[in-house]
Design a protein around this ligand. Structure first.
Ligand code: GLY
Length: 403
């Protein structure tokens, strides 16, 4: 604990913009950023000790024992990503060195069979490394990963295939929207016809998903299965939610984040027409989520679990939403909605920073947040820490700080 207090004292940085009403784009989080990044700095040194060249932290089991996964697991980029975000706030070179170490081991993924999650894995690790350091040795790996992801696209379905298995014909999950960032960034780094193709694949996937995944109220199904021979939809269902027709919270969060990110990326490319389409989708998804969140902003794991309000909360979905709301607040053309998004992001970050969710230093196996839900139907990762909850929580704070 003494070491934690030293870290806390050493952190002179804070993103507070003084007291009073928050402006869109920079919120007043008081001492939350300093507190959270101090805990992160302390916790992650514990967490990284058990990871080898082939493994990454995943979650905990009884007694706060950390479970590590093979780096092929879809979450392997989030721990190095959290280290990069901690470096961004603290400027601590020890953290930077740890971030680089846990990033570079993911290079092995480029030579392996992977699935759509290569986007999560490489963007949170290599993507942040490149964004924050500009190190010119990093783009070749990002470009190779984008090439692997683009190769999963079918012009018949108009989508990237999510998973390689026989349970479905051509499964596409809403989570896949997140992986498109790798293609948009990879397109710029690659350039030429290949880069153009990566960008077109990302935009086509986002448009097809917009057509086939969403219900009338702007909630999303988890999985759409396509016929790969003619592209027609074979079925719409859930894998990790309460029911096929329910609103699985993390799926809604991926949708919100995914379309917000595509609006940003197409705006960056000065593609006004597609940016308007994706921004409109993100705003509609935001309105649907905002109308359903509980008072403290942290969603139940599935909005439609009949046991609500006794149902479990999912801190990971709350963290992903917070980060997306913080970005959408900057992009939205509807100023009232922008204010609602920013206020909700602040509320979610504030709740997640409370003792209910934020770990006491030295507990929780070295993870930051408690109370996430991975896969209730699969019977795994129920009410536990998860690397992506930590990652998007830190990202949300940095975004609210304007960093
Ligand atoms: N991409 C898997 C999940 O959200 O659990």
């Amino acid at each position: 604990m003494n070491r934690y207090i030293l870290i806390l004292l050493a952190l002179a940085l804070s993103c507070s913009n003084g007291h009073g009403t928050a402006n869109i784009g920079k919120a007043d989080l008081g001492d939350i950023p300093t507190k959270v990044f101090s805990v992160a700095r302390f916790q992650f040194e514990i967490l990284e000790r058990g990871a080898t060249d082939r493994t990454a932290p995943r979650t905990t089991q009884e007694g706060d024992e950390v479970i590590y996964s093979d780096i092929g697991w879809w979450c392997s980029g989030f721990f190095p990503g959290s280290l990069w975000l901690t470096y961004r706030f603290t400027g601590d070179t020890t953290v930077r060195n740890l971030a680089a170490k846990h990033t570079h081991k993911l290079f092995a993924l480029i030579g392996r069979e992977t699935d759509h999650d290569i986007g999560f894995q490489i963007m949170s690790s290599y993507g942040n490394a490149y964004r924050l350091t500009g190190d010119k040795s990093l783009p070749p790996t990002i470009k190779s990963a984008a090439r692997k992801l683009a190769a999963r696209f079918s012009p018949v379905t108009g989508t990237i295939k999510s998973w390689n298995n026989d349970r479905w014909s051509y499964p596409v999950i809403i989570d896949n929207m997140m992986n498109l960032e790798l293609l948009m960034v990879g397109a710029r780094l690659t350039g030429g016809d290949e880069g153009k193709n990566m960008r077109e694949v990302a935009i086509k996937h986002a448009k097809t998903t917009l057509r086939n995944h969403f219900r009338d109220d702007w909630s999303t199904f988890h999985l759409v299965d396509y016929d790969p021979s003619d592209g027609h939809v074979l079925g719409r269902m859930t894998v990790q939610g309460y029911a096929d027709t329910s609103r699985w919270a993390r799926g809604q969060a991926w949708a919100l984040y995914g379309y917000t990110m595509m609006a940003r990326e197409t705006l960056f490319d000065q593609n006004a027409e597609d940016a308007a389409l994706f921004l409109d989708a993100a705003q509609n998804i935001a309105r649907m989520i905002l109308s359903r969140l509980p008072e403290d902003g942290i969603p139940y794991w599935d909005f439609d679990d009949p046991s609500v309000p006794e149902a479990l909360r999912d801190a990971s979905a709350g963290a992903i939403m917070a980060s997306a709301f913080a970005e959408l607040a900057l992009l939205s053309s509807d100023r009232d909605l922008a204010k609602e998004c920013q206020d909700m992001a602040v509320k979610q970050v504030t709740t997640l920073s409370s003792s209910e969710y934020l770990a006491q230093p030295g507990t929780n196996g070295g993870f930051l947040l408690r109370h996430s839900v991975g896969n209730i139907p699969g019977g795994t990762e129920i009410d536990v820490p998860l690397t992506y909850a930590d990652y998007y929580f830190l990202e949300a704070i940095l975004r609210l700080c304007g960093k």
